[in-house]
Design a protein around this ligand. Structure first.
Ligand code: PGA
Length: 308
């Protein structure tokens, strides 16, 4: 049976108006065009849908059945369109974000603002190390990823949004605290705590020390920035962490950033998604939010420096 949605629409209008002429007016069609659509539908069904009694047209039994069908199809279609609109809208989308642990400090603040602006977007945030974030990208299980240097082997769109300097942290009573421009070689005498394999911070630190020909002692390996900071504070050794992760502790005098020559290690954060991925409105809005927010934070940072 060959019938089209357009035929059903035209037929429904004629049935509702009980007139070909009025239906033609409503649909902005000529009357023969309306008659033609109804005729084709009747051919497809194999029965007449209207009968003419005097001047009035009436639905046949087959007409009643087809009218029911056309209203159900129309209802279904409307519902589907609404669902699709909702998927397009920032208002009620779902958003899956994965961030490298260092970015979490920035991302948490960012998310609280994003969620108050778009309270109906359902966000899931996965905070994990570089390797796991890369895995999320590979398997396409995150819409947007915030991370360090994006991988060379994967087709991604990446935009730099903020600098991520890695610094050496020490407890406040450490002998290097307060010394200016300490030569890098001094670190060879120190013990370091290090992040787990798969951490971007760890590989940046290892690369840096290897390039400079320094092999500091490594004591304990830890899977989070928090654990490193607490252990450094407790005197277990020094640590190399993102400056963004220690602002609070430094402000409170619990940790100090050492002034070591060649430091900080310059890293960057990128907002990343798979190339060719169709970003939902929520994901697009979040991406823009990250870029804008980062611009403001950077601007605030610069003006703070000028005032000091
Ligand atoms: P990570 O984060 O050390 O937790 O892997 C590093 C990064 O910024 O990519």
């Amino acid at each position: 049976m060959h019938l089209t949605f357009r035929q059903l629409q035209v037929f429904e209008c004629v049935a509702r108006q009980r007139s070909f002429t009025r239906a033609a007016r409503e649909l902005h069609l000529s009357q023969p065009a309306v008659s033609m659509q109804v005729k084709q539908l009747e051919n497809a069904v194999g029965l007449p849908l209207f009968e003419q009694l005097g001047k009035q047209i009436h639905l046949t039994d087959a007409g009643e059945v087809v009218l029911g069908l056309s209203r159900r199809v129309d209802g279904e279609l409307r519902e589907a369109m609404e669902a699709i609109e909702a998927l397009k809208g920032v208002e009620s989308g779902r958003l899956r974000i994965a961030v490298a642990t260092t970015v979490n400090y920035f991302a948490a603040r960012l998310l609280s603002r994003f969620c108050s602006q778009y309270p109906r977007v359902r966000v899931s945030l996965d905070v994990t190390n570089r390797q796991a974030v890369l895995h999320r990208l590979e398997e396409n299980s995150a819409d947007i990823v915030l991370m360090g240097q994006p991988p060379a082997g994967l087709d991604v769109e990446a935009e730099h949004f903020m600098d991520n300097p890695l610094v050496v942290i020490a407890p406040p009573n450490h002998s290097l605290v307060g010394r200016r421009r300490v030569p890098l070689a001094a670190l060879a005498q120190e013990t370091f705590l290090i992040r787990e394999p798969g951490s971007g911070t760890r590989s940046a630190m290892e690369r840096f020390f290897a390039e400079k020909g320094i092999t500091p002692r490594i004591s304990v390996e830890m899977t989070s920035n928090e654990a490193i900071k607490q252990s450094v504070e407790a005197g277990l050794g020094l640590g190399v962490v993102s400056k963004h992760t220690v602002e609070l502790e430094c402000g409170a005098g619990r940790l100090e950033v050492l002034d070591i020559k060649s430091f900080p290690i310059r890293r960057k954060w990128f907002v990343v998604h798979r190339q060719g991925k169709r970003l939902s409105s929520a994901a697009t809005a979040f991406r823009e939010f990250v870029l804008n927010e980062a611009k403001q934070v950077t601007r605030r940072g610069k003006s703070r420096k000028r005032h000091h």
